[in-house]
Design a protein around this ligand. Structure first.
Ligand SMILES: O=C(O)CC1=CCC(=O)O1
Length: 265
């Protein structure tokens, strides 16, 4: 499994698709990892280099002591992309991954030619809500927040599915320190002003039953960027790439086609 060792953290990443293809990079949600994209990637068309990675504190990446800042998460991503020699990617970020996407596009537009803001916002929750969640994890571990998280993540009809059970197990296996670090990063982030200055092809994706970042919240952020497209995925909560991978692939492929993001023959 490929790793990249940065000055203050080692990150795990992997790739699929065409090594010479146009690069698409995927950043996952808090309490998940790069496997969030497993059902989606086989549904993507050819001519793309599909890169996934684990944020610090998650998956197989190292777990530095919390708290983390959004600046650190963006810097990790910038260093990963620079280390892989990538430019002009389409960057797909879901939830905290979508915050990283916004921060990266603001800081390094040379790395991002198209932005996909999935189930995310410029600001998610309030510091008070994040404090309460962090206190629950500190007191009871990851299992303490699992039932409520599954309700936010999955549409009503999908909460008893094998996917919900799998992602609950993965949430509970997330290192508490990594999760707490990520909570602190989200809690301290408000990208309304910087994101409203972005000018690049952008697609917003929301789930009709998302209990974490409801569709209206996603739309509010996406509408900050002139010309951005917005798509709603039905029968889906916070993780539509898991719940409705075919619909997600179709929407993402349509965006890539519209902006001509494919390997040149
Ligand atoms: O955990 C949640 O419900 C919502 C969330 C906020 C940031 C993120 O990545 O997930």
């Amino acid at each position: 499994m490929p790793e990249i060792t940065l000055p203050d953290v080692t990150l795990h990443w992997q790739e699929a698709g065409d090594p010479q293809g146009a690069p698409v990079v995927f950043a996952h949600a808090l309490g998940t990892d790069a496997r969030l994209w497993d059902a989606l990637l086989p549904l993507m068309p050819g001519g793309l280099r599909l890169i996934t990675y684990d944020l610090r504190g998650h998956g197989r990446s190292a777990v530095p002591q919390p708290p983390y800042s959004m600046g650190a998460l963006v810097r990790d991503t910038e260093r990963l992309l620079d280390g892989l020699g990538l430019k002009e990617t389409v960057f797909v970020g879901l939830s905290i991954g979508g915050m990283v996407a916004q921060g990266l596009a603001v800081k390094r537009l040379d790395l991002v030619r198209g932005l996909v803001l999935s189930n995310t916002a410029a600001k998610i929750g309030t510091p008070k809500q994040w404090q309460a969640r962090m206190a629950a994890v500190e007191a009871g571990g990851m299992a303490a927040i699992a039932p409520a998280t599954i309700e936010r993540w999955f549409a009503r009809g999908n909460r008893s599915s094998p996917e919900a059970a799998l992602w609950r197990a993965r949430l509970e296996a997330t290192p508490a320190a990594g999760y707490l670090g990520g909570c602190a990063a989200v809690s301290g982030t408000d990208f309304y002003t910087p994101t409203s200055g972005l000018r690049l092809p952008t697609l917003g994706i929301a789930g009709s039953e998302d209990g974490s970042t409801p569709a209206d919240l996603v739309r509010e952020t996406v509408d900050l960027i002139p010309g951005a497209d917005f798509r709603l995925i039905r029968r889906s909560g916070h993780l539509p790439c898991v719940e409705q991978p075919a619909a997600y692939a179709e929407i993402l492929t349509g965006f890539l086609d519209r902006i001509g993001h494919r390997a040149q023959a």
